[in-house]
Ligand binder design. Structure first.
Ligand code: 5GP
Ligand code: MN
Length: 338
């Protein structure tokens, strides 16, 4: 894996490419979180303000908890790779590899245009012609903010809301070790530009459907402690029995990761028959991104994931045996990122 690689930030190259492009194609990762959507919409709104005509794509749409984000009215309605024609630059946001954009990766399309890879994951595979991968950034939205500064583009309240949502989400509300003084200064600037911090916090952290919370209680009934690993599972039957959708399971991680006896956490979600999504979390000092990367996924030292083919009964023991190596290690003194 290339987690050791710390490429120099290439803001200039991205700024140059964005400056030349009139019709950029912007895309974030599948199963989007606040950072993926905030980065996509924040950059998209800024480019529109500059008179450009960006195509904005979120392959899995906008989960209900992010329905307040400005700019989503500009998301492409029936996005399809085959409709990408006049776009002169591809910009991939918050995605550590091209599997993260699923069917939107098309070899012919990607070979025919410059590809800018804007991300902050240590497991990024540097798939672009231009790679602005800054692993010291706590959120991709922080990198987008640097780009807007480089464009001398004024940040309006809508853009500020998108970017602060990205930062708030990836720092778990300014609680991770990636929350540096610089990041707090940036967040303060975004609030000054009109981002409603209290409103964002309320919407991200304290507004979940009844169905989601009922689902969490079912998931928590499966909670088990394996040494220093706390894990739980959510299968399809469980979701169907209460009419919950896929994205309603993830919020339970907040509770799972508060188990005091554990340092490593895993949630196994059956996405579809034979496909299990694995969400990994850890306390600072324990690195789960290497396990995720070995299993074909990626992420950050304290928050990573992968998607595996197979049944719960075989995948759970396989992942747990990898995690035991991490959990049994003496924690390294400096953990970073969530
Ligand atoms: P989550 O558990 O919230 O889905 O993901 C946590 C982190 O791991 C995020 O930074 C996300 O980008 C990354 N991640 C989750 N699933 C995958 C995956 O299948 N592939 C890769 N490359 N990264 C993933
Ligand atoms: Mn991110």
């Amino acid at each position: 894996m290339n987690s050791e690689i710390k490429p120099k930030p290439l803001a200039e190259a991205v700024l140059h490419a964005l400056g030349r492009s009139q019709n950029p194609f912007l895309i974030c990762h599948i199963d989007p979180d606040g950072d993926a959507l905030g980065s996509l919409l924040g950059l998209g709104l800024a480019l529109r303000k500059m008179g450009k005509n960006p195509t904005l794509v979120s392959p899995d749409g906008v989960p209900a908890i992010y329905d307040f984000l400005p700019g989503q009215e500009f998301l492409a309605k029936v996005p399809a790779v085959s409709r990408v024609t006049h776009e002169d630059l591809i910009v991939v946001l918050d995605s550590s590899d091209l599997k993260r954009i699923s069917s939107y990766y098309d070899a012919t399309l990607f070979a025919s245009r410059p590809v800018a890879n804007i991300d902050h994951h240590a497991t990024n595979t540097l798939f672009g012609n231009i790679n602005y991968v800054d692993t010291s950034a706590g959120a991709c939205a922080e990198i987008v903010c640097n780009l807007l500064d480089g464009m001398h583009e004024e940040i309006n309240p809508e853009i500020a809301t998108c970017l602060l949502t990205g930062i708030f989400t990836d720092t778990l509300g300014f609680r991770t070790t990636s929350t540096t003084p610089q990041m707090l200064q940036l967040a303060a600037r975004l609030v000054q530009h009109g981002a409603p911090l209290a409103g964002i916090a309320e919407k991200i952290d304290q507004r979940r459907s009844l169905v989601a919370i009922r689902l969490w209680t079912k998931i928590l009934e499966t909670l088990q402690l394996d040494g220093k690993i706390a894990w739980a599972q959510c299968d399809l039957a469980m979701r169907r029995s209460i009419g919950a959708s896929e994205d309603e399971s993830s919020g339970v991680l907040r509770t799972l990761t508060s188990v005091a006896e554990a340092s490593v956490f895993a949630l196994f979600t059956e996405r579809s028959p034979g496909r299990i999504d694995v969400s990994l979390r850890s306390r600072p000092g324990y690195n789960v991104s290497k396990v995720a990367f070995r299993l074909g996924g990626g992420g950050h030292p304290q928050a990573a994931g992968c998607s595996l083919e197979g049944e719960m009964a075989t995948i759970v023991p396989r992942v747990l045996s990898e995690l035991r190596i991490v959990a049994n290690n003496t924690p390294s003194p400096q953990g970073n990122m969530a």
